[in-house]
Design a protein around this ligand. Structure first.
Ligand code: ADP
Length: 306
């Protein structure tokens, strides 16, 4: 099974012709609510591929929280450790998108930041039985670190996605990551290097590997990803499919969720093959609008991926 210790956020999206100025009220032409949060996104993708999944998270005791838990259930995700609190609202991302596709976003993490040690201890049994545990940085770093440490001490493979990244990431995160997976901009923040090509990503991966992770993966959008493993001599570039991208929001989470699925259910596949397949799945997700709404189900994917 795959256990995710991470975030749930309700996306509140308004489409407008332009972004409002300070103090200004403008009319938008469309509004929709979406399910987001990196943790839940990754969990949904893993579940849609057929992984048995469990989400360890916290939402508010409010309508967004209720709806979110319903969404997890609809995706066949265990919600035994999806807690609801009265002390904060469900995490939200208020997003305004103009006609050029530019956006402004305010995230209020709310209940996500209240996920704590006690909650993790209650989920210890589920974590012990998992093959893979995934963490990101949308709950407190202390909670993510504790979850990774719990997994490590129980022999559960750890997949860490340092997103959103900060330059002062606690060095323990590297040591606790069996697989450390980030995108170009996160790699730049973490290393201080410029990362805009597979060659740059290889250099950044070497720096990150030097901090103690076993495997480093840097995703590169339409360029696929670069992988560096302790067991291989140097960085390897794994290209992705050539597709027409409609909406790349959440592509990275689709990739991480897919990778968790392969790590858990096809542990003997070479890493390069897992990444080829994860690239394929993330490339499917960019061909439809929305975040979770664009993530493919196993039944809609070619058999050679399974
Ligand atoms: P993020 O969503 O975190 O910015 P990336 O943009 O690096 O992450 O995308 C993650 C993965 O999604 C890539 O490694 C690739 O497999 C796939 N992907 C993203 N954009 C495209 C694209 N335009 N064409 C094909 N695949 C893509």
């Amino acid at each position: 099974a795959v256990v995710v210790v991470g975030s749930c956020m309700t996306d509140l999206v308004s489409l407008t012709s332009r972004l409002p100025k300070t103090g200004e009220t403008i009319h938008g032409h469309k509004f929709f609510i979406g399910f987001g949060g990196k943790g839940a996104n990754q969990c949904v993708q893993a579940a849609r591929l057929g992984a048995k999944t469990s989400m360890v998270c916290k939402v508010g005791k409010d309508s967004f929280g209720n709806n979110y838990i319903e969404n997890l259930k609809q995706n066949d995700i265990s919600t035994e450790f999806a807690y609801q609190t009265e002390d904060a609202a469900t995490g939200t991302a208020s997003i305004i998108v103009n006609k050029e596709g530019q956006n402004i976003i305010v995230i209020v993490a709310g209940a996500n930041l209240l996920l704590n040690s006690e909650d993790l201890r209650a989920a210890a049994g589920a974590i012990s039985r998992a093959r893979v545990l995934i963490c990101q940085l949308e709950v407190t770093p202390a909670t993510s670190l504790e979850a990774l440490a719990m997994a490590r001490s129980r022999g559960v493979k750890t997949l860490f996605n340092p997103a959103p990244a900060t330059a002062d990431l606690d060095p323990q995160f590297y040591a606790l990551s069996d697989v450390f997976c980030c995108n170009e901009s996160e790699a730049e923040i973490l290393t201080g290097l410029t990362v805009s090509s597979p060659a740059d990503a290889g250099k950044a991966a070497l720096v990150l590997m030097g901090r103690g992770c076993q495997v480093v993966i840097i995703t590169l959008g339409a360029e696929g990803c670069v992988m560096l493993s302790q067991s291989e001599p140097g960085p390897q570039h794994i290209p992705t499919e050539n597709v027409k991208a409609v909406d790349t929001t959440g592509a990275g989470d689709s990739f991480v969720g897919a990778l968790a699925f392969y790590l858990a259910y096809y542990p003997n596949l070479p890493m390069e093959e897992m990444l080829k397949r994860s690239n394929f799945i993330a490339a499917v997700s960019v061909q439809a609008a929305g975040t979770q709404s664009s993530y493919p189900y196993r039944k809609d994917l070619p058999l050679h991926l399974f």
